[in-house]
Structure formats: structure tokens, C-alpha cells
Design a protein around this ligand. Structure first.
Ligand code: ASP
Length: 303
């Protein structure tokens, strides 16, 4: 009997822990003029389903790291976004993909850059974290690991087709699990017609992706060079750590003081250790959705 009571207390304690998830599908010229109402509706429904599924996994007690990977895989597979199947092509006419994943509990990291052959770079990034001693593997090395680990090959859409020109950005997910762990993941095709071998902010820890328990989980999207030059994700984390700002203040200040003075545009999603969700962007729109610790769902595309 005691044992059952004990279990119940433990269960209730677990149930009381905040959980939260947020995802993005990129920031940019996402406006009602550039997107038909039916396409906007379709993308909104998709984002909502990714968030609801991820939230359910968190409710079931799954770890933040696993949940951000699952969410980003769904976004990579969608074909709506500039990641996985939907990735834009470089100047040579093929996709080179970047991705990163970070476990806020251990600050372990896995990342890939300029991989050409894998449909879900986020999974390759996670395996690099778990199966190698390295944090970032690029190009041929990343492709050969994908082959070795038998990851499904990339079946890239033809992005020159007019019906996919509305495809905008990078994808990302941030989560807080029941155990207080934060995690972040970002995946992208980068910038259309980019130079061969160009790498953006997404796989660079502290620029486009960052997670640390007790502090924040962040995923960015936008013009990557500026996010790298601003070390934006870590700058937001540092403001939280040292200046003890609120999540919104830290993000706003980092944009105003670091990104915008050098001309950077884009957005971030973030989750706090308390299960607060934040979205911020200085572009006309950002594909975004989230569900916070109170169970409040938000989905948006435009400003
Ligand atoms: N940040 C990505 C990059 O520069 C692109 C994007 O978010 O749309 O590679």
C-alpha cells in the first residue's frame, strides 16, 4: 500500500513538471500576398500537427532530445520547407544540407554541414553526437557516415518548379521535457544558389542552435552569415545567464544590439526552463507553432 502511495506521489510530481515545445519552418517574405490562403491553411495545419504530436510525446515522458529530433524529421519530410526533401539548391544545382542537435542536459552536440545524400540530416547529426567523438562532420565525411549507418537517401524536390517557390526557410524545434531537460535542433538547405560548400548558422552551435538546461533552448532562422557574426543563439543565452533578463527581453535585446546593427534579418524560437515559449522575428513572417507549459497552443505565419 505504502509503495502504491509512494508511486502515486512520484507520478503526481512528474505530472506537475512543465513541458513545452516550439517549432519553426523559417522566416522571410512570408506574407498573405506571397502565399495563397489554401497553402497558408495547409502549412498551418501541418505545423499544428507537428506540435501536437511532439507535445504528446513529452506528456508521455519522452526526452526533449528525442522529441526535437522527431519534430525536425517531420518538418524535413514535409517538403514545404527548406530542409530535407524541400531543400533549395546551390549554385551547382544540387542540395547541400546542414543540421545540428544539442542536448541541454549534457551540452553534447552533433552537427553536419554540406551533406548531399541524406533525407534527415538531423538524425545524422544525432548519430554523430552519439556514435563519434566529434561535434561537426562535413561533406564527404558526413555522407559516408550516412551510408555506413544506412540512413534513407535524399529525394530532393525540384525547387525550380513554380508551385514550390513559396517554400521559405530552415526548420527547427526546441523542447522542455518533464525531467527539466532542454534540447534544440535545426536543419536547413541554406540559402538558394549559395556557393558550393557554403555553411550557414544552423549547424554552428551558439549561432543558429543552442540548448542548456536551466537556461534556454533556441533555434534560429534567417540570413545565416549574420547569425554567425552575432553568435546570436549564445548571445541570447548569455544575456539570460549574466544579465538575468526575461526570455523576451534577452531575445529582443540581442536582435536590437547584435543582429540588426549589422543588417541581419530572421527569427528565433525559444523555450525556457519554466516552459515558456517565445517567437521573435524581424522579417515579414515566420512559420511557427508552439505549445507552452499551460497547454496554450499558438500557430502563426504572418506578423
Ligand atoms: N539560416 C539558414 C542559413 O543561412 C537559412 C534560413 O534560415 O532560411 O543557412
Amino acid at each position: 500500500m505504502r509503495c502504491i502511495e509512494g508511486l502515486l506521489v512520484f507520478w503526481n510530481l512528474l505530472m506537475a513538471q512543465p513541458i513545452a515545445i516550439a517549432v519553426h519552418g523559417g522566416a522571410g517574405a512570408i506574407t498573405p500576398q506571397n502565399l495563397s490562403p489554401s497553402k497558408a491553411q495547409e502549412i498551418e495545419t501541418y505545423l499544428r500537427s507537428v506540435v501536437e504530436e511532439a507535445y504528446q510525446l513529452l506528456e508521455q515522458g519522452r526526452m526533449a532530445l528525442e522529441v526535437v529530433e522527431v519534430a525536425v524529421r517531420r518538418l524535413e519530410d514535409a517538403g514545404y520547407f527548406n530542409a530535407g526533401r524541400g531543400a533549395v539548391l546551390n549554385e551547382k544545382g544540387f542540395a547541400e544540407l546542414d543540421a545540428a542537435i544539442m542536448d541541454g542536459k549534457t551540452r553534447r552536440v552533433g552537427a553536419v554541414a554540406a551533406t548531399r545524400s541524406v533525407q534527415n540530416p538531423v538524425t545524422l547529426a544525432r548519430l554523430i553526437m552519439e556514435r563519434t567523438e566529434h561535434v561537426l562532420i562535413v561533406g564527404e565525411g558526413a555522407d559516408s557516415l550516412a551510408k555506413l549507418w544506412e540512413l534513407p537517401p535524399l529525394r530532393n524536390q525540384d525547387m525550380s518548379q513554380p508551385e514550390v517557390i513559396w517554400t521559405q526557410g530552415t526548420v527547427g524545434a526546441v523542447a522542455l521535457d518533464k525531467y527539466g531537460n532542454l534540447a534544440a535542433a535545426t536543419s536547413t538547405g541554406g540559402i538558394a544558389r549559395k556557393r558550393l560548400g557554403r555553411v550557414g548558422d544552423s549547424p554552428i552551435i551558439g549561432a543558429g542552435t543552442y540548448a542548456e538546461n536551466g537556461l534556454v533552448a533556441l533555434s534560429a532562422t534567417g540570413h545565416g552569415e549574420y547569425f554567425v557574426r552575432s553568435v546570436l543563439a549564445y548571445d541570447i543565452a548569455a544575456r539570460l545567464r549574466y544579465a538575468r533578463l526575461s526570455l523576451k527581453e534577452a531575445i529582443q535585446q540581442a536582435f536590437k544590439e547584435r543582429l540588426e546593427p549589422i543588417g541581419g534579418t530572421g527569427g528565433v524560437i525559444a523555450v525556457s526552463p519554466q516552459g515558456e515559449v517565445a517567437f521573435y522575428f524581424n522579417t515579414p513572417g515566420m512559420y511557427r507553432a508552439g505549445k507552452d507549459a499551460q497547454g496554450h497552443l499558438s500557430v502563426g505565419l504572418f506578423r
